[in-house]
Design a protein around this ligand. Structure first.
Ligand SMILES: Nc1ncnc2c1ncn2[C@@H]1O[C@H](COP(=O)(O)OP(=O)(O)OP(=O)(O)O)[C@@H](O)[C@H]1O
Length: 699
């Protein structure tokens, strides 16, 4: 019974036709008290337009800390197994699908199944046998690496504490100033009560002047304190924003390259912007919320002093308002996550279309992209609208509850005046204090909205910040004399094998060409050689004695250089794009120029100081490629990887590059990637061909 409740609480339906596999996995993550977003599971399992392979689910499950096993079984073994299993089934004899088999129920002789397309159901043995055609399944058991919610929450707390550690002093100061500010705020109500009940009726002129002066002093002090509090606030905001941005950006840059391959730029931009939301809420919490909380406490205190019965009424009613508003929490988090996701999609769409403006214009596809933008933008707006509606409902509920509350207070205190237990001045003070209490309670009640927003933003940031960074530890090496690639295999998560048993030897003074048709994995192979991806099997042995996987990334990359297919240029001039540093090493620069690049530099309008423009917009494809060459050679690599290094060059420049390779090859290991044998055959000493694996291998 208890187990069924847990299942009902943790099972979730698929959001998309292709999500059944990852939804099953997510339900089981929650079942075992974990918490991982669908987005992450999709990415780790290689879920694509056709869904997820069992292998992808297995790889993802292992990566997130499950002890997973892909098995074949039958109905009897399933009954005996007794723990939740993901089954690969075929629905209506044609649709591949995944379901969770939670348990077998002896009483009704049926299986308890979590079908992400429909929900929780009981399936008869015969039906399960009929749809479970492949008899393949994935068993899962949380292992040591599996992170439970408690561990994740603990890590989040540590991260947050670390983030605001430097702000503690400022935060306390702001809170104390807030306390004084609130206390002084009450002076007006107290003064009006004394004025009406005591000073004016008894015509105490001397006391009147004295109390006006004192009130003036208090009100001026309040203004001063408010200004001081604001100053601390903006100082804290500035330092927090700088810190959080630096930390998040820096942890982003140290994530492995494969992480960036499947992400959209807009998502990164949106998450960087999320940092702002967190600071806005911190500011709100330490200023308005503190003042409101103190306001509520002090107001109730004063009410106790004037009429204790009224104060008791306040104490009873305030939590009711909170309860009403807290019931909306779950909906708010969901709506806010949706808004943030569609905001990321909106940003990605802008970046994508502006980057591709040439194609849009060349094919006159403005209309198509306008339509696409409309769809993405209207989804974003729809979600903002849904969130807005939710906020509106909350405001309505809280507003109505609080008006009833105020009417009750006015009614009760007026009754007190009528029967002589409350004086007129006290009535004025009570109404003044109740109104400020009213606004404080409303503010406090509504703080859940930005608070939840910041929580969602914080979780999204934490998700990136807590990802495993690129391993930097490893052996140091000073030179590369030889590289022996031995039987390496590679596949992207959930995909069929791309590289199969690749073997080759690269050595100094030799140019090796790697040929192969489009999509056979040549560029992927270069990524493996740059330590961006790790091979599934096999080894890459450096200098006959060290495995590439044991060498420090830093040391390896400082000895390797790449001229990629697409040269990425940054905003700045040509020189900055070559040296990628703040200081020029004249010797290195002259060495590169002397290899024959002077003609290229002279052909640019301002030589080295010509602006490359955003993404090298001011340069032609060939010029970009020459710049890519200069960048690689300036860093004086011992191992040079050339991915289609002359694809954008004219005949003359191609000849120049051929001669250049001849000139530098004696002191380097050179590997050229190409489709065309004709283009590279004169340059190369050795050649290997990568073929696509003939039989798609999924397991
Ligand atoms: N991050 C990724 N996730 C999943 N699949 C990928 C990823 N990157 C590349 N691929 C796929 O791997 C295959 C090989 O790509 P790769 O760029 O290595 O081929 P290539 O041989 O260099 O092609 P070309 O000669 O056209 O440049 C392609 O089918 C590509 O779609």
């Amino acid at each position: 019974m208890k187990k069924n409740k847990l299942i009902q609480k943790t099972f979730s339906l698929q959001k998309d036709l292709t999500d059944c596999g990852v939804s099953c996995l997510q339900s089981l993550v929650k079942y075992y008290d974990g918490n991982i977003s669908l987005e992450t599971l999709r990415e780790k399992s290689g879920t694509g337009k056709t869904g997820t392979t069992l292998l992808g689910l297995y790889q993802c499950a292992t990566e997130i800390g499950f002890e997973a096993e892909g098995c074949e079984g039958d109905i009897d073994t399933l009954i005996k197994h007794g723990a939740p299993v993901i089954l690969h089934v075929i629905i209506d004899q044609k649709y591949e699908h995944y379901v969770i088999c939670y348990s077998f129920n002896d009483k009704n002789n049926q299986f308890y199944i979590g079908d992400p397309a429909k929900g929780l159901e009981y399936w008869k043995k015969e039906y399960l046998n009929e749809v479970w055609v492949s008899k393949t399944c994935l068993t899962l058991k949380p292992a040591l690496l599996f992170e439970t919610n408690t561990v994740i929450e603990k890590k989040k707390k540590v991260w947050l504490k670390h983030l605001i550690k430097e702000d503690q002093e400022a935060i306390y100061t702001i809170i104390i100033l807030g306390f004084i500010f609130t206390l002084l705020g009450m002076s007006m109500s107290v003064f009006s009560q004394k004025l009406i009940d005591d000073i004016l009726p008894k015509q105490k002129i001397h006391l009147l002047l004295l109390s006006i002066s004192f009130l003036g002093f208090l009100l001026f002090a309040r203004i001063g304190i408010q200004a001081l509090r604001e100053l601390y606030n903006i100082k804290q905001s500035r330092s927090f924003n700088e810190r959080i941005n630096k930390q998040f950006y820096s942890s982003l840059l140290h994530l492995p390259k494969i992480f960036f391959d499947t992400r959209k730029i807009g998502d990164f931009v949106a998450r960087l912007n999320d940092t702002q939301r967190i600071q806005t809420v911190i500011k709100q919490l330490i200023t308005n919320t503190v003042v409101d909380t103190l306001g509520v406490l002090i107001s109730i205190g004063f009410l106790f002093a004037y009429a204790w019965k009224l104060a008791v009424v306040c104490i009873i009613i305030s939590p009711i308002v909170f309860l009403i508003l807290f019931s909306f929490n779950k909906k708010i988090i969901e709506a806010q996550s949706n808004v943030m996701q569609s905001y990321s999609a909106r940003e990605s769409n802008y970046i994508d279309s502006i980057k591709g403006i040439d194609v849009i214009k060349a094919f006159s596809k403005q209309y198509l992209f306008e339509k696409r933008n409309e769809a993405v933008f209207s989804l974003y707006q729809r979600r903002v609208f849904e969130l807005g509606k939710l906020n509106l409902t909350i405001s309505l509920y809280s507003g109505a509850a609080l008006v009833v509350f105020l009417l009750l207070i006015i009614g009760l205190s007026s009754y007190g005046v009528l029967n002589g237990t409350i004086k007129i001045g006290e009535l004025t003070a009570i109404i003044g204090i109740s109104s400020s209490l009213l606004s404080s309670i409303t503010n406090l009640a509504l703080i859940t909205i930005p608070l939840q927003e910041a929580r969602v933003a914080f979780n999204r940031m934490f998700e990136y910040s807590s990802l495993k960074k690129e391993e930097t530890e490893g052996k140091e090496i000073k030179n590369i004399d030889s590289i022996d690639v031995i039987n390496i295999d590679f596949r992207f998560n959930g995909r069929s094998r791309l590289l199969h048993r690749i073997t080759l030897s690269l050595e100094q003074g030799k140019v090796t060409c790697v040929l192969g048709e489009s999509g056979c994995g040549k560029t992927t192979f270069t990524e493996i050689l740059q330590k961006n991806y790790s091979p599934e099997n096999g080894a890459i042995i450096i200098n006959n004695n060290i495995n590439l996987k044991d060498i420090s990334i830093q040391a390896w990359r400082s000895l390797t250089g790449v001229v990629p297919q697409n040269i990425q240029l940054f905003n700045g001039n040509i020189l900055e794009n070559i040296i990628l540093s703040e200081e020029v090493n004249e010797h290195k620069l002259q060495k590169v120029i002397s290899l024959g690049f002077d003609a290229f530099i002279d052909s640019l309008p301002q030589g080295f100081f010509t602006l490359a423009g955003e993404e090298g917009i001011n340069l032609s494809g060939g010029q970009k490629q020459l710049l890519g060459w200069m960048r690689a050679l300036y860093h004086d690599p011992q191992f040079l990887i050339l991915d289609e290094p002359t694809s954008s060059l004219d005949k003359e420049n191609r000849m120049f590059i051929c001669k250049l390779i001849e000139k530098i090859k004696s002191e380097k290991i050179i590997m050229i990637i190409s489709h065309h044998l004709e283009e590279v055959k004169e340059m190369c000493d050795d050649m290997i061909i990568i073929n696509k694996p003939k039989v798609p291998d999924l397991g």
